[in-house]
Every structure is written in C-alpha cells, then in structure tokens.
Write a protein that binds this ligand. Structure first.
Ligand SMILES: Cc1cc2nc3c(=O)[nH]c(=O)nc-3n(C[C@H](O)[C@H](O)[C@H](O)COP(=O)(O)O)c2cc1C
Length: 361
C-alpha cells in the first residue's frame, strides 16, 4: 500500500489542541534549530573576521534581554580588538613571568591574547547586600547574559567560546578590566569558525525534565513525557510521538519516547554507542525503519539506549544512539517489540514536525 494512502488513525492525547499561540514561522524554526545546535568553538579554531563593533552592540542587546531580577544589569562587556590585544598580550606575558613559566611558555601567553579576532571581557557587578535580589540571582543574570550573547553570536554567523581560567582570577589582570566591586568573569573569544564545529554527544532533555505532582499508574510515562515527546493510547498497544523543529529532531524524540517506555533516560549511563544507517526515500517508512533499527541494535547488543542523534542526507539516514549494557538493577518498564505502520504519520503540526506511530509492546 502506498504510504500516502495508509489510513491514519492517530488519536492525540498530547495536549496538541489548538491554542492562541502563534505558530512559529520558518525563520523562527530555523533560529530554534541553530540554538539547539550551538557549539562552542575555541580560539585555536577561530579565524577572521570577528564581529564588528555594531555586531557587538547586538550581542550586548541580546545579553540585556536575558532574565534579570529587578533589571539590575549586573554585568558589562569590555571589547578587546586590534592594538588592545597587544596590551592584553603584555598582561598575559607578565602573568606567565610571575608564574615562573619558561621563555617558550611566556611567548605562548602573549600569543594566547592574539588568537581570537575579538575578545569580549565579561565583567560582573554583583551587589552582595542588595535588599531584594540575592547574589545567586545576580550571577544567574550574568550567566543568562553570556548565554544570550553566545547564541546571538552564532545567529550572526560567528562562533566563539566563553573562557575564564586562572588568568581571569589573576589580581593584576582582573584589575586591568575591573573597577571597585567588579569581578572579571572571563572572555568571550569571538570570530569565524575555521572548520565546522564538531557536534557533541547528543543532549538528553528528558533526563532533566520531570513532571511534578503527578500521581497514578503511569508515573514513569508522565515523568518523561514532555512537549517534545509523548504517548497516545492505541488498543492494547502504545502510540509514541516525537516533535522537533526538523524531521530529524522529531525522529530523535520519537526514539526517546520509544526507549523511555523501557527505561527512564535518567537511569541509563551513556557509555556505549551504536550507529544505524539506512536508505529510505519515504519519510514515514523512515520513521519505522529508524525505530526498528534502534530496537534491533539494542536487542542484538543487549543495550539500554537513551540518547539519539540522526542526520539525513536526502534518502540516506545516519543515526547514533548511546546507552549502556542491560543490567539487572536498571528499573525496567514495558518491553517494546517493534515499531509498526499503524497510525504512522510524519507531519507539520503547530509550526514543528511530529513523527508518530504505534509500537508493539
Ligand atoms: C563562565 C564560564 C567560564 C568558562 N570557562 C572555560 C574555560 O576556561 N575553559 C574551557 O575550556 N571552557 C570554559 N567554559 C565552558 C565553555 O565555554 C563551553 O561552554 C564548554 O566547552 C561546552 O561547550 P559547548 O558550549 O559547545 O557545549 C566556560 C563557561 C562559562 C559559562
């Protein structure tokens, strides 16, 4: 039966009802996808150009949009570019000498200050005695500012890395950047990625999100259910769905939903990795193939899997999953035999993609 003619009988129970929220457009989805795949790029892998002064203002604007209790703005940026990098090199060289480093290491201290096209020092202004905003909330605002600036850097097409290290706490270097009561947090090294950043191990949002206050028979499912994946009832079997800004993210989340039926992601160590490769032009069949390939690998290699990453190149799909060997003390849930064509659908919904099907349990 052609996939497009297959009867779709999914009954969503995921709270995907129509609401007043504006569906994100393509640009918002693309931005979200970039945010979900932001990786730091260290100074060794940065080249010119770095952000212009006008673009640094955009980074500062993004930093000012971070959550900040009472809008204290407990941070400021100091931009180091051009000749100022030579001055920073002097400071680093002096630091190396004071630390008793070899001539070669002292020279590399100077070089360290020159490596990045632009350095943006992050200076925190924490009031330890503020009446309403305790220091930890002020520091959180500083962290939010750094995160927003890093994200904006990526969205502007640049790359970078937040760095601190022993130099940031060195009194002489800190004094060169700070006024009284200020703390040098470190520097955002900013420039253009010389090579594409290497993707890190897949993130596992399910491991840090739990529903609070849920009681009842389905606690395990509720504990891992969230907007990005979940379940729907289907006769004696279970329907799984995953959502994401792209089809690949939706498939990764459908895999999370499938494997979370067997083990809670938070219980599974990410020690071993398996890869699955397949060719499938039909995206709906690709979902079933992806899930069954993972279930097959998990059974063959006796692995509990919890982290999933999928890349698509036309009809070719390349996936990775991480987990650990089955062990007796791993709290088990429902065994999943395989993904089926029942209620199979891959479709845009609420401005993202949803991938769903029924799995045999
Ligand atoms: C305030 C702060 C200081 C940091 N200092 C360093 C550092 O000195 N050296 C380092 O390798 N990473 C440092 N990091 C971590 C990196 O910036 C980066 O987040 C980490 O390597 C993870 O990479 P990712 O951003 O691609 O996930 C720091 C992060 C923060 C927020």
């Amino acid at each position: 039966m052609p996939v497009s003619a297959r009867k779709r009988t999914s009954a969503a129970t995921s709270g995907a009802s129509a609401d007043a929220r504006a569906a994100p457009g393509n640009a918002a989805r693309a931005a979200l996808d970039l945010l979900l795949h932001r990786y730091s790029v260290g100074p060794k892998h940065l080249c010119e150009p770095g952000p212009t002064d006008a673009e640094v203002q955009v980074l500062a604007h993004a930093a000012l949009r971070a959550p900040d209790h009472e809008k204290r703005i407990p941070f400021r940026f100091a931009v180091v570019r051009g000749a100022a990098k030579v001055r920073l090199g002097d400071l680093f060289e002096d630091y190396g000498r004071r630390r008793g480093k070899s001539a070669e290491d002292v020279a590399s201290e100077r070089e360290r200050a020159q490596r990045s096209p632009v350095l943006i020092a992050v200076v925190a202004r924490i009031d330890p005695a503020h009446a309403d905003v305790p220091p930890h909330e002020q520091w959180i605002a500083v962290g939010g500012a750094i995160a927003n600036a890093m994200n904006a850097l990526q969205l502007l097409g640049y790359a970078g890395k937040m760095l601190s290290g022993a130099r940031a706490t060195d009194p002489r270097i800190a004094a060169a950047f700070c006024d009284a009561g200020e703390t040098l947090v470190g520097w955002i090294a900013a420039g253009t990625a010389a090579t594409p950043p290497k993707p890190r191990a897949p993130d596992d949002p399910g491991a840090i999100v739990r529903r609070w206050g849920t009681a009842g028979v389905d606690v395990a499912r509720a504990a891992v259910s969230q907007a990005s994946f979940g379940y729907f009832d289907h006769d004696a079997d279970v329907g799984v769905f995953g959502r994401g800004a792209t089809i690949e993210r939706a498939f990764e989340n459908a895999a999370r939903a499938t494997f979370a039926l067997m083990w809670l992601p938070r219980d599974v160590a990410r020690r071993d990795e398996v890869e699955v490769d397949f060719e499938e032009p039909d995206v709906e069949l690709a979902l079933v193939t992806w899930l069954n390939a993972l279930l097959g690998q998990a059974a063959a290699q006796r692995l509990a899997l919890a982290d999933f990453a999928l890349v698509r190149d036309g009809d070719r799909w390349h996936g990775r999953a991480r987990g650990e060997p089955w062990r007796g003390d791993l709290p088990g849930g429902t065994g999943v035999k395989g993904a089926t064509l029942t209620a199979l659908a891959v479709r845009p919904i609420d401005g993202e993609f949803e991938a769903r099907c029924v799995v045999d349990v």
